[in-house]
Design a protein around this ligand. Structure first.
Ligand code: BTN
Length: 318
């Protein structure tokens, strides 16, 4: 762990209180000059740190700056795999990655933005992405495995998000097949996975996994007010992104093993519920009786048993 990270952690643990330079130097067995250098580079990342003679350093309480170093700390053994780029504001982190792919970017590039001016959802919808109150990021991967395995990626990130929220916030998230994360009957996060495939290779050139999480948004536009909610937890953004991606890579590197699907089913909020869905403009209804290892939704109704591979469903017995 770098000195900068240790100093930052100590200041965060003592949020609101002064920590003296001498205390930090003694604790980490370094000179006061080294502590000062760390404070300077922490400030360069955007953290506001007060310094008062004879008292020491104090982190200003609302600081939750997205930091590459901190995210990498939580990524543990996967930290060397990833290339992180942080923006204040972009149109859409998914679109940004697509543009960058054309210019050539490394596998495992992660883009994080504090705000999106044109955040995208599924089916051409927009994703409300105001500054400061949400987390918006996209990861570009170039999977080696064939497309039939690669289509599992949305389920992998959904489980990774739920694991992180459950462990860090102690809350009970659920997955609404296939791309939405719910908590207390409100959608708190969405996933948009986009891919480009090579016709002959049978593989994807890239997959972009976009994740938007409402952390503390409370003034949703009217059309979202009924269905959207927020995580409302004080976990740091860096910890949340770091843990989500740590869990993502753990499962991703185990593919095509589908053990994680057991967790997907555990988090599913659809199993044993009545739903409606559309196929070619006809609306059907049925009971969800399971989810197969390829992420297909198994539905039972008067016509028998159907497996839905993609699409959107509405829960009708909430
Ligand atoms: C949905 O709810 O339909 C999916 C929403 C996905 C939103 C995320 S935010 C980061 C990434 N960039 C985008 O433009 N969309 C995804």
């Amino acid at each position: 762990m770098s000195l900068k990270f240790k100093v930052l952690n100590e200041l965060k643990e003592n949020r609101g209180c002064f920590v003296s330079g001498q205390y930090l130097a003694d604790k980490f067995n370094v000179s006061r000059g080294a502590v000062w250098k760390s404070i300077k580079s922490i400030r360069d990342e955007g953290y506001k740190i007060e310094s008062v003679t004879n008292k020491g350093y104090r982190i200003v309480s609302e600081n939750d700056v997205i930091s590459e170093d901190e995210i990498k700390h939580y990524l543990k053994e996967y930290s060397n795999d990833i290339n992180i780029i942080i923006y204040d504001s972009v149109d859409s982190t998914n679109n940004m990655l697509k543009r960058m792919f054309i210019d050539g970017i490394p596998n495992n590039t992660l883009i994080i933005a504090d705000e999106q001016t044109n955040g995208k959802g599924r089916f051409g919808r927009s994703f409300y992405s105001p500054a400061k109150t949400g987390l918006y990021f996209s990861l570009l991967i170039k999977p080696e495995f064939d497309t039939s395995t690669a289509v599992l990626i949305t389920g992998v990130i959904a489980v990774a998000i739920c694991r992180a929220i459950e462990t860090l916030a102690g809350k009970h998230p659920g997955i609404k097949w296939i791309n939405d994360i719910y908590m207390d009957n409100k959608k708190i996060a969405g996933i948009l996975t986009e891919a480009s495939s090579g016709f002959e290779s049978g593989k994807f050139d890239y997959i972009i996994i976009g994740v938007g999480i409402n952390l503390s948004t409370d003034n949703f536009p009217d059309e979202l007010a009924e269905i959207a909610g927020s995580l409302n937890s004080d976990i740091s953004k860096n910890r949340l992104i770091g843990d989500i991606l740590y869990n993502f890579y753990k499962i991703y590197y185990s593919l095509p093993d589908t053990e994680y699907m057991k967790e997907y089913r555990k988090y599913s909020i659809l199993i044993n519920h009545d739903i409606s869905y559309n196929i070619e403009n006809v609306t059907y209804s049925g009971k969800v009786i399971g989810i197969d290892d390829f992420g297909g939704l198994i539905i039972s109704n008067s016509n028998g048993i159907t497996t839905l591979k993609s699409g959107e469903v509405t829960i009708i017995d909430f």
